[in-house]
Design a protein around this ligand. Structure first.
Ligand code: HEM
Length: 513
């Protein structure tokens, strides 16, 4: 018995060593980008700092703007140079516009059908077209403005009630943005304040758990062969949550179908998507006349995309902006003076004011420069082996583009660590935008996989920040200090939540109008 166990262990060890050595030799022959030395089996996992964006920026100082690291069995390439970012996101975009789906996200069919996980191809094009052109186009966003206004007003009245007390700004923003997004998605379905709150609460809990699990390091991702064993139980727990989420979606969709179904397309996005689904999908999008299907799974997947893609990104951006402005009161004053001029003291901010708020716009650009919501974008993945700068980038490797590091590169930005909205003002400032055409500034990514929610993000962040600043003065609670340090996650966070005290600037009549 002992001899059998011994023989099996030795054989396993030999096989493992053989595989590690052959993989190592294969990779050496490939002329991969340079990178820190790792150890067999673990690669660089043991020295990986969880603050990935800063860790990668530090490694880039030693290994250059393109380097390799090994995360277990997975090869990752990290890009932190402008030219190479352009190579991945523009010149070789077609090849790199794919994703590696985390093991936890593979557990439910509709999660695999969403935009963020879809490989480059007709389904991705269809989903993005629906999202970017149909739902998040100007006309559609205008149509559901009343829903955003309703949620904003409810937040401002709540903050007025909290006047003089310490408020967790990020938590309030998250709640408001979640309500705004879910209202836009199915706001016409869930009737009644109480019921809306109830659905919203359950939804928030489940989505919070799901994003937390997606952000957890999972051995199944570093060692894909372990995926079926689900060593940490993450996939099992994720599946439980996704079944719950699916239940919420099913209830909402059922309710909508009962109450007039796809006839309600003007009310919110769900109505629009159900109409598409009823017509069996879409869109004769190819010359060959084939139709790309659009199923109920796609409806759920798009709901999920907007909630997960849109909530923390926008609410954290507003929280960062508030923190930076509280740190620099003269800048807060400047933004408030502009609001008084454009909006007036007897009025609430409306989205239609945003294009005239030039200084506020530059504050938002500067926040997204210093604290881009997704500091490493969403990792890309080449569908075939290619070369960048003479280095081989193997098919299937995970490619991180460190936009955070590019936005702080002293060769591009003067005093890059200083928060200075003025750099985006004037003739010089107007050249920077969110289109991803300039690889020195691209907080929303670039190319085929550029953020699908830019118009919505611009409106929500601008409207929320303008409303907070116009309606209240903001100060830190007495005796507290501001901490501006960051914490890496799926979305970049403040390491400690911003707690601040609002003092109303507008009368109750104006706020409640
Ligand atoms: C301040 C707010 C936001 C920022 C900074 C932001 C940034 C980004 C970035 C950097 C990416 C990845 C690009 C890449 O992989 O190359 C992305 C992807 C995405 N974003 Fe946003 N985003 C924001 C808000 C939103 C909103 C409001 C929505 C939708 C309602 C949204 C939906 C998406 C989706 C669906 C994707 C995946 C696109 C794809 O894989 O093709 N985002 N976003």
């Amino acid at each position: 018995m002992t001899i059998t166990i011994l023989c099996t262990s030795v054989t396993l060890l030999i096989v493992l060593c053989y595989k590690t050595i052959t993989r190592w030799l294969r990779q050496r022959c490939l002329s991969l980008p340079p990178g820190p030395a790792g150890v067999p089996i673990f690669g660089n996992l043991l020295t990986l700092n969880p603050e990935l964006h800063t860790h990668f920026a530090t490694l880039a100082k030693t290994h250059g703007p393109i380097f390799t690291i090994k995360l277990g069995n997975r090869l990752a390439i990290v890009i932190s140079g402008v030219d190479m970012a352009k190579e991945v996101l523009r010149l070789q975009d077609d090849n790199f516009a794919n994703r590696i789906i985390p093991a936890a996200a593979k557990t439910m069919e509709y999660i695999k059908s969403n935009i963020v996980s879809s490989p480059n191809g007709p389904t991705l094009r269809l989903l993005r077209k629906i999202c970017v052109r149909e739902m998040l186009g100007k006309a559609s966003l205008d149509r559901v403005y009343w829903l955003r206004r309703r949620e904003m007003k409810s937040l401002l009245i709540h903050l007025e009630e909290m006047a003089g007390e310490a408020v967790d700004v990020g938590a309030q923003m998250f709640l408001m943005v979640m309500n705004v997004i879910t209202s836009m998605l199915w706001g016409g379905v869930v009737e009644g304040e109480e019921k809306r709150k109830e659905v919203g609460k359950e939804f928030r809990e489940v989505v919070g758990d799901i994003t937390e699990m997606l952000g957890k390091p999972n051995l199944s991702d570093f060692y894909p062969r372990l995926e079926r064993f689900d060593v940490q139980g993450i996939q099992r727990k994720m599946k439980e949550k996704l079944v719950r989420l699916d239940g919420i979606f099913e209830r909402i969709i059922e309710e909508r179908k009962k109450n007039g179904g796809d006839g309600c397309e003007d009310k919110d996005f769900l109505g629009f998507m159900l109409r598409m689904e009823k017509h069996g999908g879409a869109d004769d999008n190819s010359k060959s006349g084939t139709t790309t299907p659009f199923t109920i799974n796609h409806v759920k997947a798009l709901l999920m995309d907007m909630v997960v893609g849109g909530t923390e990104t926008t609410s954290n951006t507003v929280e960062w902006a508030m923190a930076e402005l509280i740190q620099k009161p003269e800048m807060m004053k400047k933004a408030q003076q502009e609001l008084e001029q454009v909006v007036g003291k007897d009025n609430m901010v409306e989205e239609s004011h945003l294009p005239k708020l030039t200084y506020l716009g530059s504050v938002i650009k500067e926040v997204l420069r210093l604290h881009p919501a997704l500091p490493l974008l969403v990792p890309h993945c080449p569908s075939s082996t290619c070369t960048i700068n003479g280095y081989t980038i193997p098919q299937g490797s995970q490619v991180f583009v460190n936009v955070w590091a590019i936005h702080r590169d002293p060769a591009i930005w003067e005093n890059p660590l200083e928060f200075k909205p003025e750099r985006f003002l004037g003739i010089d400032g107007s050249k920077w935008d969110f289109t991803g055409n300039d690889f020195r500034y691209f907080p929303f990514g670039s190319g085929r996989r550029i953020c699908a929610g830019i118009p919505m993000a611009e409106r929500i962040v601008g409207y929320a920040l303008a409303s907070l600043l116009h309606s209240f003065d903001w100060n830190l609670p007495e005796g507290t200090k501001l901490d501006l340090s960051e914490r890496f996650g799926i979305v970049l966070k403040k390491a400690t939540p911003l707690v601040a005290v609002p003092t109303p600037k507008l009368s109750h009549e104006v706020l409640a109008s």
